[in-house]
Design a protein around this ligand. Structure first.
Ligand code: GLY
Length: 318
């Protein structure tokens, strides 16, 4: 697809969306809200502000696996990763395994803007969130607590093989098959600057301290002067293929964003199989796409020549 800048894309996570058909209308609405709210910022601000604002709306929805709606680790606790990157300046910021902020994407942006570092982890990230006056995370939603209780019971009954669960990304894929993962946005503003923003609660029942792709530039997010991409799926696989850097590199080498995204996902599928990843991508010429090897990946766009926010990538509601 191709649009006239400014262009904003969002996604609500790759995963097993057929099992969540009852939530599809709500998900479509929140993606459209994120697009419209983020797009407003193009009037006064650049691509990075639009992308971060769109992700902030998705984090606040409580409906998706990021921010308020984040899944929990094996102890039942929320720990989140997020990252942002601006293509025209080459600046990036990220947080890993943070539990304090309601909006880890905002913390990632502040780390980019206020520190000389790219990635801050754990309680040190939490301390910065407190210091900078960010809102506190309210704790897991009722929906997540219920899902956690069901999974803990299965684990106790031996229905989730404990050893493999701890060691093998294939089990993370199995868990992704039960739900869905991560939110993200990419943006191209009128000056030609590209940006990426991503946020996640990670994989349900992960080990404490586990960090996924969303905190790692080149894996879960990447932007340069040619293109910008954010990924979703099993972080352990996305880190190994450096999925977003791979896709953006193909644009740098001459492919359009839609071709580059498809090539990167096809290579990822060859290495790790289906049900592992998706991404959204936009290039400086206004080409864009959302591609995935999972059952679904709700994603949407709003461009200078769009009449309204468009959402794709979901099975039909029941
Ligand atoms: N894609 C998010 C994660 O694996 O943590």
């Amino acid at each position: 697809m191709r649009g006239k800048p400014p262009i904003l894309l969002v996604h609500g996570g790759a995963g097993a969306w057929r099992a969540h058909r009852d939530r599809i209308e709500e998900v479509c609405k929140v993606l459209k809200d994120a697009l419209i709210t983020g797009y407003e910022l193009f009037k006064s601000a650049s691509a990075i502000e639009a992308a971060v604002e769109a992700v902030r709306v998705l984090e606040d929805s409580g409906l998706l696996n990021a921010g308020v709606g984040s899944v929990v680790d094996v102890r039942g606790e929320v720990t989140m990763d997020a990252g942002v990157m601006e293509g025209c300046s080459g600046r990036a910021g990220a947080v890993a395994a943070t539990s304090y902020p309601k909006n880890p994407v905002v913390l990632a942006k502040l780390i980019m803007e206020k520190t000389n570092h790219i990635l801050i982890a754990g309680r040190y990230a939490d301390e910065l969130a407190r210091l900078w006056g960010l809102q506190k995370h309210p704790g897991p939603t009722q929906y997540v607590i219920k899902r956690y209780s069901e999974l803990i019971s299965k684990l106790r009954r031996g229905e989730i093989p404990n050893e493999r669960f701890r060691k093998n990304y294939a089990v993370a894929r199995q868990l992704l098959g039960l739900g869905h993962d991560t939110v993200g946005a990419v943006a191209l503003d009128e000056s030609g600057c590209l940006a990426a923003a991503v946020s996640t609660g990670g994989i349900m029942m992960k080990l404490p301290g586990r960090v996924g792709d969303s905190a790692i530039p080149g894996a879960g997010f990447y932007a340069d002067r040619h293109a910008s991409a954010t990924a979703t799926g099993v972080g352990e696989t996305i880190i190994m293929t450096f999925l977003t850097l791979r896709a953006v590199t193909y644009v740098r080498q001459g492919l359009r964003a839609d071709e580059a995204g498809r090539r990167a996902i096809n290579e990822h599928t060859k290495l790790f199989g289906k049900g592992t990843a998706g991404l959204i991508i936009v290039d400086r010429n206004g080409f864009f796409d959302g591609v995935y090897n999972t059952e679904g990946m709700p994603w949407g766009y709003l461009a200078g020549d769009s009449k309204e926010a468009v959402v794709l990538g979901l099975p039909n509601p029941p």
